[in-house]
Design a binder for this molecule. Structure first.
Ligand code: SF4
Length: 472
């Protein structure tokens, strides 16, 4: 079995998880983490196009791309290998991030060092190692300028410092591949849910659901105390265990299996509402290589909105806009402005996202600044009351709209939609730009229905809460 660079990075994150993916790929759970890895690969390919343009424009003795080094149990592919007139070889490693990452989850230095070690084991001496990443300051103006888009950072000295350790780690990873592992239990028990990979459930099949990991924002010390006591079922958390307010409410919901309702919190939410109510949701697009003039790498911009308007008499109307060309959202803002009057609350779910988009658009379009900043002043977050005002065990400790909706509005969910999350919407939007006429209508419809479902969901959830408020 051969260890690739991707396997090695996987190994550094978690040896057991890497082993499982290599030995039992069909049973390896591919969830959000795998989708994230795929996105990185796709973005890396986009960046490589401009990396090649950059190197091709420079005076080198010889440049080769995608150079493979195949050994008995190791395999590496260098993004670029350049030999100068003096016969000195530089290895290039291309990344779609805007800096050299050295964090535990993804260490670019280890990536590059793996490539260097493989190249040298295969008989190719490497004199310099350069990490190529995106320039966060770059703003697109017309055609992409590879020299402005990319930063070439010489990391040769940093390789020297980690080479011996990396070699040991590679040897250990190769040895593990030939070995067996204990398929029960794993090392993340003392870490929060955010740190668990897709394979957590596989290695911990007896973990109750919900478990203590479903308690929101548990502090490391709290988690360790419970794990060390062997308490994984929230129903067994000892009385008097120190918890924050939201954690305590979620725990009570798990323990009693009854919704926990705080009428005071719900009333406080309703106190600030002014009719008409504007339920607003944006979808955005972002890419490693900026798609538009005025945009920087990874900078998101809105490409569609859905807006449901509920008046004081209970009448509901729907407005929507989907940008069908690659351009900044000036028409989107103008359309939104036609639909939102100067009075009434603007309601969003996890409103910090919509606020950020409004701020960004206010900077880009000064003629709409007053309107957009006023929307933010009038914005109210519908997610808030579901932190402590209404908590059902079936939310699983989450306040995601996708968890709350099917519980409080059992006739509504996202299951029937072709586009079911923001990442899929981004993909669909970029596909739409290049879609043949036969596919265009379906992609457009899928995008509109997804965004509409978000604001429909908010209206349904608002009405559910409204009944509790009247009861309280
Ligand atoms: S959750 Fe388990 S399998 Fe996943 S990274 Fe942590 S230790 Fe590894």
């Amino acid at each position: 079995m051969v260890l690739t660079k991707t396997d090695f990075i996987h190994y550094l994150n978690c040896p057991k998880s890497m082993w499982l993916e290599k030995h039992d790929p069909e049973n390896f759970p591919r969830g959000e983490f795998s989708a994230f890895q795929q996105k990185l690969v796709q973005e890396g390919r986009e960046v490589e196009v401009f990396f090649r343009q950059l190197l091709d424009g420079r005076a080198f003795g010889r440049v080769d791309y995608e150079v493979e080094f195949q050994l008995d149990d190791l395999c590496a592919r260098a993004d670029g290998l350049a030999v100068d007139a003096a016969g000195q070889t530089t290895l290039y490693e291309v990344k779609s991030s805007t800096r050299v990452k050295t964090d535990a989850k993804h260490n670019h230095l280890k990536d590059a060092c793996f490539q260097k070690i493989c190249a040298e084991l295969a008989g190719q001496p490497i004199h310099r190692v350069v990490l190529v990443h995106l320039n966060s300051e770059y703003v697109r103006r017309g055609e992409i300028d590879p020299a402005g888009l990319l930063v070439l950072e010489d990391i040769t000295d940093r390789m020297t410092a980690i080479e011996a350790v990396t070699r040991d780690e590679m040897d250990a990873a190769v040895a593990l591949l030939q070995d067996e592992i204990d398929r029960v239990g794993c090392n993340c028990l003392r870490k929060s849910r955010a740190n668990h990979c897709d394979a957590f459930s596989y290695f911990n099949p007896d973990m109750p659901n919900p478990s203590i990991y479903s308690l929101p924002r548990l502090q490391p010390a709290q988690l360790i105390e419970l794990v060390d006591q062997g308490q994984f079922d929230p129903r067994a958390v000892p009385e008097g265990f120190q918890l924050g307010k939201q954690q305590g409410v979620v725990l009570a919901a798990f323990q009693t299996r009854e919704p926990q309702i705080d009428h005071g919190v719900i009333k406080a939410f309703f106190k600030d509402l002014v009719f008409p109510l504007y339920f607003l949701d944006y979808e955005t697009y972002a890419s490693a290589v900026p798609l538009l003039d005025g945009i920087s790498p990874h900078k998101a911009f809105p490409v569609q909105y859905s807006l449901h308007i509920l008046d004081a008499g209970g009448q509901l109307t729907h407005h929507e806009y989907l940008e069908q060309e690659a351009r900044l959202p000036h028409i989107l803002v103008a359309k939104l402005r036609e639909s939102i009057a100067g009075e009434g609350s603007v309601i969003a779910w996890h409103a910090s996202f919509e606020r950020t988009q409004n701020h960004m658009m206010a900077q880009a379009f000064p003629q709409h600044e007053d309107f957009l900043l006023d929307l933010n002043k009038r914005m109210i977050d519908l997610e808030e009351p579901f932190k402590t005002g209404y908590v059902d065990a079936r939310f699983g400790g989450s306040t995601s709209i996708k968890k709350v909706l099917p519980v409080v509005c059992p006739d509504m969910n996202y299951d029937d939609l072709a586009v079911q999350d923001g990442a899929a919407a981004m993909n669909a939007w970029s596909n739409m730009l290049a879609a043949p006429p036969d596919d265009l209508a379906a992609i457009t419809r899928n995008l509109l229905r997804y965004c509409e479902r978000d604001t429909e969901a908010m209206v349904g959830i608002y009405r559910f809460l409204n009944e509790r408020w009247r009861e309280g």
